[in-house]
Design a protein around this ligand. Structure first.
Ligand SMILES: NC(=O)C1=CN([C@@H]2O[C@H](COP(=O)(O)OP(=O)(O)OC[C@H]3O[C@@H](n4cnc5c(N)ncnc54)[C@H](O)[C@@H]3O)[C@@H](O)[C@H]2O)C=CC1
Ligand SMILES: CC(=O)[C@](C)(O)C(=O)O
Ligand SMILES: [Mg+2]
Ligand SMILES: [Mg+2]
Length: 347
């Protein structure tokens, strides 16, 4: 249906229009092969299975994630296969390897994309940056996307709680005439609540911006800046952490999530409101040039290239772990570890 967001109308598919029973009917003769068992793989594959779809997992043998798949109940030779066998068996191939991993496996996957199959992504990356990835699907298959707007971990947790995470969906190529039904049915099947219409290019450019920006990159940057200023002015680690992170995640963000920014402001003191209303614009103005620089770097393909280059290296996992450890070992996040233990519910 059409929904107004402010003054702009957009297409949204709801579970009321497209109930699970309809999704099951649409996909009843399909074998859904989920390739990769990292973060999205488990979330989507388990939700599909619990929703009653015919799903198998393809994963490298002799890997930690193969063992994880077995521990999650996938049975080798029945519902768990190596990547190539899963591609052979699947009529819908959910390409959920890391975006860099997809490049390496593409020639094999392509071989098994016989007419009538569907190739499914959870990111517009591979197809949009085809000059860098080499991913150009054959014309007689559907090429579709369901991108959950959140971590695969949350997708699974929210499904188990009886909630749902919203996703965007797109059709790059309708090779069979069935792409729309297939993509929406899969979106409902993987546990999405609502499905927002987009295209591959807009999905990848907004997603790369968001995760580098306010969702992940900018938030850590702004936390670090405030924490450092508080510490430089003699505040203790716990005080600096509480006023930078803990109060935000525990008390204030849930209010924003519930009813918007003005609602959160309205539930703080008039003193805080005055200050926040005065200071949000200087913060916007100071960071906007950085966001513009970021968007430009996304738009020109520089961000895609960087992620391909670093994540295609043999030792990318080890290198990543070093950088994550650096964050974990920083004073701010060490203070955070202690503060988390002191949440009353953790005692
Ligand atoms: N992590 C998330 O929650 C989200 C991910 N996405 C998208 O979903 C897709 C999958 O992402 P993740 O689950 O994060 O992937 P991931 O980084 O967890 O990797 C998934 C799997 O790829 C395998 N893999 C990597 N390189 C390989 C290679 N050369 N050969 C064979 N297997 C290889 C790994 O063993 C792993 O099981 C990506 O397109 C990503 O952008 C979209 C929304 C959120
Ligand atoms: C979780 C998500 O949607 C991200 C941040 O875009 C990603 O993991 O790529
Ligand atoms: Mg995302
Ligand atoms: Mg992303």
């Amino acid at each position: 249906m059409k929904l107004k967001f402010g003054s702009v109308e957009e297409n949204v598919v709801t579970r009321e229009e497209f109930p699970l029973e309809k999704a099951r009917e649409v996909l009843k003769d399909e074998v859904i092969a989920v390739l990769g068992y990292g973060v999205q793989g488990p979330g989507q594959a388990l939700n599909l299975k619990d929703n009653g779809f015919n799903v198998i997992v393809g994963q490298r043998k002799n890997s930690k994630t193969w063992d994880k798949a077995v521990a999650d109940g996938w049975v080798p030779g029945e519902t768990l296969f190596d990547l190539e066998e899963a591609c052979e068996r699947g009529t819908i191939i959910q390409f959920l390897l890391s975006d860099a991993g997809q490049i390496a496996l593409w020639p094999m996957v392509k071989k098994h994309l016989t007419p009538g199959k569907a190739l499914y992504f959870s990111h517009g990356f591979g197809v949009t940056y085809k000059e860098k990835t080499g991913i150009v699907p054959p014309a007689d298959v559907d090429v579709i996307l369901v991108a959950p707007k959140g971590s695969g971990t949350s997708l699974r947790r929210m499904f188990v709680e009886g909630r749902g995470l919203n996703s965007s969906y797109a059709i790059f190529q309708d090779g069979t005439g069935k792409a729309k039904d297939r993509v929406v049915a899969l979106g409902i099947g993987v546990g999405s609540g609502y499905l927002f219409e987009t295209d591959f290019y807009r999905e990848v450019t907004s997603d790369l911006t968001g995760e580098r920006g306010t969702l992940m990159g900018a938030i850590q940057g702004i936390f670090a800046a405030q924490y450092e200023v508080l510490r430089a002015n003699g505040h203790t680690p716990s005080e600096a952490f509480n006023e930078t992170v803990e109060e935000l995640t525990q008390s204030l963000m849930p209010l924003v999530a519930e009813n918007g920014m003005d609602w959160m402001y309205a539930n703080c003191s008039t003193t805080a409101q005055r200050g926040a209303l005065d200071w949000w614009k200087p913060f916007r103005d100071a960071t906007k040039p950085v966001f513009e620089q970021l968007y430009d770097s996304v738009k020109t393909g520089k961000e895609a290239q960087k992620s391909i280059d670093s994540n295609s290296k043999e030792d990318y996992r080890e290198k990543l772990e070093v950088e994550l450890k650096e964050l974990r070992d920083s004073e701010m996040w060490q203070a955070g570890a202690v503060v988390r233990k002191l949440r009353p519910e953790n005692n």
